[in-house]
Design a protein around this ligand. Structure first.
Ligand SMILES: [Zn+2]
Ligand SMILES: [Zn+2]
Length: 198
């Protein structure tokens, strides 16, 4: 499956399917922060392909609307304390009558699905995110929910690094920030050559 840069190669904190679900939830939230990145069904199709969502699709406006409406609910998790987050996760699981089942499909080994494959896409997205957040909350790791530290980026992310050091939503935000900091240092040195220490 395709994962956005920055997700691959991280040290495992949670089960792989949980980490993918968390990254997917953050990516979904990010489609609704600032510029609308799910403007039409075609954009949703691309998102579904990028994140390797299986199961039934409606490909209609109602499906798109339901997915868009899920975003601000998931986004709240980045601002909630543990009790509020636990309650929201429980509500999301209850609303979709989630029933965890171990399944294998495509190239995936056993992992949990808590909705049937013919459940509406937004319900499956809600429950997959909620199930992943049950792991985060049980592990006391809600502090890993972050906002990107790059200037002019509103994205959220989940820091899955071993030493909790991830500050940026993506490699490109990290690079952009590093380049900007380098240019600032270069400019300071050319203005004050003595500051370079030589
Ligand atoms: Zn699956
Ligand atoms: Zn960013």
């Amino acid at each position: 499956m395709t994962l956005p840069t920055g997700v691959k190669g991280v040290k495992v904190i949670f089960a792989h399917d949980t980490e993918v679900a968390l990254a997917s939830a953050a990516a979904l939230v990010n489609t609704g922060r600032g510029k609308e990145l799910l403007p039409d069904v075609a954009a949703l199709d691309q998102f579904v392909t990028d994140w390797a969502w299986s199961g039934k699709r409606a490909h209609d406006q109602a499906e798109l609307d339901a997915v868009r409406q899920l975003r601000p609910r998931l986004e709240q998790l980045w601002a909630m304390d543990e009790d509020a987050a636990a309650e929201l996760v429980n509500v999301l699981l209850r609303e979709a009558s989630a029933l965890p089942q171990l399944v294998k499909h495509d190239h995936w080994d056993y992992h949990l699905h808590a909705t049937p494959p013919d459940a509406p896409l937004a319900d499956r997205m809600a429950v997959e995110a909620a199930m992943a957040f049950t792991d985060v909350i049980r592990a006391g790791q809600l502090c890993r929910l972050r906002h990107c530290a790059a200037a002019h980026c509103d994205n959220v992310h989940i820091d899955l690094s071993k030493n909790r050091s991830r500050r940026f939503c993506s490699i490109s935000c990290a690079n952009r920030t590093n380049v900007a900091a380098y240019r600032t240092r270069q400019a300071a040195q050319s203005e004050h050559p003595a500051a370079s220490g030589r």
